[in-house]
Each structure stands twice: as structure tokens, then as C-alpha cells.
Ligand binder design. Sequence first.
Ligand code: SF4
Length: 257
Amino acid sequence: MEENFISGVHNYCDRWCDRCPFTARCMVYAAEKDLPDEVTDPGDPAFWQYIKKNFEDVLEMLNQMIDDMEVDPEEVGPLPEYTPNPNIEVLEKLMRDKTMQYAEAVDDFFRESAPYFARLDNELGEQVEDGQPVNLESWQFFQDAVEVIRWYQYFIGAKIHRAINGLEHIHAEDDPVQSDANGSAKIALIAVERSLGAWEVLRQQLPEKKEVVLHLQQQLQHLHTEISQLFPDWARFHRPGFDDEPDKNIRLDFNPN
Ligand code: SF4
């Protein structure tokens, strides 16, 4: 690995590369930055061809490693049968339902608020045209907050799902703090906290929407409590890069309070 890259920095990030302070030291970013747009769009067949090609390359590399190690695949024997833990399956479903409820409520909010936002936008445009003073900084905070909410809306559910799923794969000999489950819980909770902060901006700037925003914040707060109880050590998980240079780890450049 080139010296400049931080090993594993991409494993517990939020995949928001446009706003990431570690792009110059991230191998995933380096590998993906020059890809054509269609290869990063799951709706495009080129995306799936790219995934297939990657899979074939990895398979070839693994086969080569087995050859180099002179391992006879027949000696390895079959993998133990996988039996899902019913408790974890129930928990996964419960949390999937809750995170989907939140994500769908966010969609509902923006769909139902579209006329209201259009009106605000028009009013702002008219103020600018009339030469009236406009608080552009506050408008920028607002737009930033919307972007934050939208970015994490589905991300939270995906990471919580991974965290709970990972509970099954923690073995007695593993470090319980540095487990993938704990790391996934940590980035999910960071996303929840940033979303809460972003909603606070909307709550303060949109008096007419106060109640519905409060309800969304309560949903997030419940998720935060439940995930924190399931993963009490989440904050102690060390994220490569981000937890080494926490001053760079800023997503909102405003104080939502
Ligand atoms: S670490 Fe930063 S640059 Fe790398 S994948 Fe994550 S967000 Fe993107």
C-alpha cells in the first residue's frame, strides 16, 4: 500500500466523498474517482458489468493465492452449515421496519412541503430583486441541512442492518470494541446525530413545520437510544483516519443550536 493511504479509512465512513477530508488518502476514492458515471449508477447495466468484473478478478486472485499456497481445495472440506440466529432475525426485521418508517417519513415530508419550499424560494427571489436585505448565510445553512438529511435518510437503515447482522459474527476471541458490528453502529449513530442537528435547523427556520419536524426528530432519538443500548461500546470504536484526526471530522459547518 502506498504510504499516503490510510488503511481501512473507507470502512466506517459515510461515503459522502464530495465532503470528505480524506479523499487524498482513501484507496476506494482513488479507485473510483475516474470511473465513468454509468459505472456508479446501479440503474445502469454498466454498473452490474463492473461489479461482475470485480467479482471475477477477486475470484481469480483467491484461486491464485490457493495455488501459491499449494492448498488442495478438497482438503479444506465443506464450510459449516449456517444457521441464522432467530433472535437476531427478529431484531433485524424490527429495526429495518423502524428505519424504513423514518426514511419514508422523510420522503413524505419533502413531497408534502414542496409547495411550501417553492413559496419560500419565490419570496427570497423577490426580496433579492427588490434589493431587500437577505440572510444568505441562513439560507445556505438551510440548504446544507436538507442535503444532510437526504444523504443519511437511507444510510442509517443500511448501517444499522449491518451492525445487527454483525452481532452474529462476533466470536469470543474477537475484540468486542473493534468489531465490524460496533463500527457500523458507530457510523449509523453519527449519521443519526447529524440528521438530528440538521432537522433542528429546519425546525427553527420553518415555524409552520415545527410539529412534523419534531416527530421526525423523536423517531431519530428513539433509534439512537435503541442502537446505543444494543451497542453500548459504540463510541469507543476507533475509526481509522476519522478518529485519528477528529478536527477534520466535521459535516455541518454551523451550530444547529
Ligand atoms: S473515506 Fe472519504 S473518500 Fe473514502 S470512500 Fe469514505 S467518504 Fe469517500
